[in-house]
Write a protein that binds this ligand. Sequence first.
Ligand code: GLA
Length: 387
Amino acid sequence: MTSAIKSLAPTPPMGWNSWNMFGDNISEAAIRETADALVSSSLKDCGYNHIVIDDCWSVKNGRDKNGNLIADPKKFPNGIKALADYVHDKGFKIGIYSDAADRTCGGYPGSLGFEEQDANLWTSWGIDFLKYDYCNAPLYNQAEAIKRYTCMGEALRKTNRDFLFSLCEWGNQSPHLWGRQVGGHMWRVSGDVFDSWVNVAMKGWFGIGIDVSIDLAHDLHTYGGPNGWNDLDMLVVGLKGKGQISGSGMSFLEYQTHMSTWVMACSPLMIGCDVRKMEADTASLLMNREVLAINQDALGIPASRVKQIGTCEVWTKRLADSGTAIAIMNRGSRGEDISLKARDIGLLETPKLARNLWLQEDIADFRVDLAQRIEPHQTILLKVSQS
Ligand code: GLA
């Protein structure tokens, strides 16, 4: 079933997506500046190598006389091809967005009935990635969803250009069960994650809080793996309540728990904040190479929750070098002192090196147990190598 699907996403895709920060206020200038900033900040060197143009890039009221989508000339005065050339020259791949119905979520033309034509147009522009949304399509009809995504997957493959195919059905119709079959390399598992610890309803939108995504990551962990990832949604790290996506922002430790969860779950890591103005605390969360290495580990095994200690949870993830990544997460509202026992998480009671990845420090010998203080909504990430 998967043989026709190229190995375009052996590890979770990384990059930047326009939606969380810019919404319909996107422009060619902002995306060029973002590409420049991804390079100058070293985010690109850390692996963030896709730039995805989300909804609202085309002319809203229709197609041209040949039925082709038209890039909005006000937002993209030089067209998408010129922008693709610009970001390709800097070593990025470029993504675009459409929808499996006649209209996108923002009310722009969708691709239903135009799958091959649109795939060919994007090919002529040099597009490498498609995020395919599901607004205005039947919500509770799995066979129809599979049909619409299959149709676009086939259209993309017919072009003979490599397209990374990102399914954005929000998990209502279990895309983790059929995402690979339709050619998808990643599939959203929820509605839109907002810049908030708990679920929020704002401005007529319903948003998922990070505390809810954490449970989804555990529930679906067996479905993610090389070339087919559970997509927990774009990152909200660094938005600080300023993005177009709703939510009033989170504390540093909450953003750290958000990042730790996405990393451990092998979720794609698509930055959503304005990287042209990235602050040092945000950079420390997005650019910790030891943390990113856990997400990009070659085995590609998503973490699962193995132990509950009061309000704290322990998650583990097996790594290609025989090490184990461990997340200790406090979802409660009071600080906790916990003692993590090697035996409880399947580790031998032998000498082992434990490294705190967020701090990039080796910590005390962890033979039998390890005492840790964990603040509310904090996550400590460890890597343990058996010696
Ligand atoms: C949906 C998707 C978002 C974004 C918007 C654009 O809500 O889930 O990620 O693409 O549409 O309108």
